[in-house]
Design a protein around this ligand. Sequence first.
Ligand code: FES
Ligand SMILES: [Fe+2]
Length: 397
Amino acid sequence: MDRAGQIALLKTLLNYVDAKTTATADAPWRNDVTAYTCPERHAREEEILFRKRPLVTGLSCDWPQPGAYRTDDFAGVPILTVRGRDGKLRAFLNVCRHRGAKVAQGSGSAAAFTCPYHGWTYGSDGMLRGLPEEAVAFPGVRAERPGLIPLPLAEKYGMVWVVPTPAPNRAADLDIEPWLDGLGPDLASWNLDTYHFHDRRVHHEEMNWKLLVDTFHEGYHFGFLHKDSLSGILLPNVSEFTPFGPNFRIVYPRTKLDRLRTTPESEWDLMWNSTIIYSMFANTIFSPQGDHMEIYRMFPVDGRTDRAVMEASFYIPKPVASADEKRHWDANVELAMKVITTEDFAAGRTTQIGFGSGAQSHVVYGRNEPALAHYHKSIRRALGLAVEDAAVQTAAE
Ligand code: FES
Ligand SMILES: [Fe+2]
């Protein structure tokens, strides 16, 4: 986002505060609770949202040098992402071409990957380099299966995306722009390729994966649910909402926004006066947070509508150089994880139980929760389901 865009956003937020209002949808929108409970719909989400679309996989700094690799099974298929000796980042199905064992485990740095089962070995470019007993046991096999199966990958703006399904032509490259729907300039403005990885947490939950995402999508709850944690930091029920196709940006003003009224415009800074949320359709929240970056990725677990996992990753502007700096960044991680898992997700867990009670066929998103309606309408469109306009929705109860 350029400087003029940042100033305009801050002015919009100040106007909202003055007028005691926020970005609004035209009308409330009702979402069928089966969106969170129906196994058939869930299977469709897994197939379309988690297999066919590019998923944010991390920032470039997660693979800082040639040989750096990460494995990841969250999308339901085993993925190996590794930076080659040529500096190029590649993704593969982490499936041995012999009999299918995982060739790489966890994350780290490696010059090659040797399958633990029978020792077939692959280079960081995915090509099969070693095949024990090849001449006698596997004549002609190498030509038929020369390497791991590539997955389409994009590395741009310091961010990385992977499609978990191989392209029909086995293409390794992905043009991410059509999927960003105009978000590219915003991403470019954060200079993500200058950041450093700090910490990563994996958190399991007993609720639908979309409930984990939903909690980032509105500030209506800040003053209630977070009254003892964030209410002194973030202004409740004020935000600016900007869609980019199914993706969107929400800017939540911090309580210190008021100070801008007595500060020259040339000194205004968006990052320090707000919390910014980019919802990168459909499962990722990317959040510039004052002095660091956070990425939250949500996935369903075990094919269940009521089990999910969140991977939270924290990135900092300079590598930690002292115990004090480490304490500072660790405290940021702890605060974020505590608020999200013990406040937001605690409410979400009860929501999932409520869905199963039969109390109501629909939940309702208020005019002050425009991102929620946009998000769930976008999911319906992606799944090929009809989207009813709020004006023609009839309240079911
Ligand atoms: S399954 Fe990998 S070497 Fe046999
Ligand atoms: Fe929250």
